[in-house]
Each structure stands twice: as C-alpha cells, then as structure tokens.
Design a protein around this ligand. Structure first.
Ligand code: ADP
Length: 189
C-alpha cells in the first residue's frame, strides 16, 4: 500500500514537479503546485495574481495569507479527497500549521513528507539550464540565488517539523529521473 496524501519538499530545481507528475500517473491523485497556480493567476491577471506577481519576480515568497487561501480552495475540491501531491506548499512554518489545521478539518491528514535532498551547486546548474529551455521569468541567476536562500532559511526547517511528526523520508535526488522515482516509491511504501 502506498501513501496518497503526500508532500514533496526540496529546493528549487530538486525535481519536485517531475516526480509529482510521475506520482500523479501512478497514484491517480492530483498534483497541487502553488507555483503553477500562482503563475496561472498572474497570467489571468486575477486579484491573487496581482498580489503575487512582485514577490514571484524577485524570487521572494508570496505572503502566507495569499498562498494559504489558494491552497485551501484547491484542497477543498472533490478530486483531492482520496489524496494529493503537494508540491511547493507549505514553504513556511505558518503555512505548515495552516495546512495541518485545514487537513484536520477535512479529515485527511498528511501521510508522508518526502524530502528531495540535493546540493546547491547541482540545483543552480539545473535551474540555469531550465532557464535556457523554458524562459521562465524567475529563472535568471540572481533570482535563482534568492530562491535558494529563501528555501534554506524558511522552507528547509520544515523537514524538522515533519520529522518530529514521524512523516519525513529523505530521498537522494541525484541520478536519473527513474532512479529518483524508484527511491520515492520506496519512501511511500
Ligand atoms: P521553484 O520551487 O522552482 O522556485 P515554484 O514554481 O514552486 O518554483 O514557485 C515559484 C514562485 O512562486 C516562488 O519563488 C514564490 O514566489 C511563489 N510561491 C510558490 N509557492 C509558494 C508558497 N507556498 N509560499 C510562498 N510563495 C510561493
């Protein structure tokens, strides 16, 4: 039996999105990426998009209350009842606490936090390559460094938060996509 209420933790460029997609196919539960949802909101010019755009362009975090609102709305949808793969949320302690509260209300507590472990040089190299291919607005070197710093300061401490709750599994994120996917499967068993 595999856990289906999952959180992927890891720095930008660790491969969260790629592994989340593979899990969607295998488990049949939706990926919930706050980064994707916020980019869509910016593209649509919605109220949330307007609140998010400046922080995103600088590689800073979007304010907690904005992101928590987006996540709450998405997790309340019917397709998230049997499971979900959270990718990029929570990113702060306040978001993690809000998530716990929300999932408690929904009666669907988190089952596992998979932390993709990879060193800074490796991810910066991957992100610069992705910038060349995809041309994402926040994939320039200065913003990349800022996102890494924000990750180490604000998000990495969440590993301890989930470790204390016995939900954390570390997965080495080096090697091929399939290698990493195999380790992730092992971490969900
Ligand atoms: P990456 O992890 O590759 O940096 P994401 O697509 O997850 O990229 O996020 C892109 C940007 O969206 C972040 O730099 C941040 O500005 C914003 N963002 C996404 N998720 C969150 C979140 N949970 N809290 C605050 N800001 C967020």
């Amino acid at each position: 039996m595999s856990a289906t209420r999952l959180l992927l933790l890891g720095p930008p460029g660790a491969g969260k999105g790629t592994q989340a997609q593979l899990l969607v196919e295998r488990l049949g539960v939706p990926q919930i990426s706050t980064g994707d949802m916020l980019r869509a909101a910016v593209a649509a010019g919605s109220e949330v998009g307007k609140l998010a755009q400046g922080s995103m362009d600088r590689g800073e975090l979007v304010p907690d209350e904005v992101v928590i609102g987006v996540a709450r709305e998405r997790l309340g949808q019917p397709d998230a009842k049997d499971g979900f793969i959270l990718d990029g949320f929570p990113r702060t302690r306040a978001q993690a606490e809000a998530l716990d509260e929300l999932l408690a209300q929904l009666g669907t507590p988190l089952e596992r936090c998979v932390s993709l472990v990879v060193d800074d040089d490796e991810v910066v190299g991957r992100l610069i390559k992705r910038a060349e291919i995809e041309g994402r607005a926040d994939d320039n070197e200065e913003t990349i460094r800022n996102r890494m710093r924000v990750y180490r300061e604000q998000t990495e401490p969440l590993a301890a938060y989930y470790g204390e709750r016995s939900l954390l599994r570390d997965v080495e994120a080096k090697g091929s996509i399939e290698d990493v996917a195999g380790r992730v499967r092992g971490a969900l068993a």
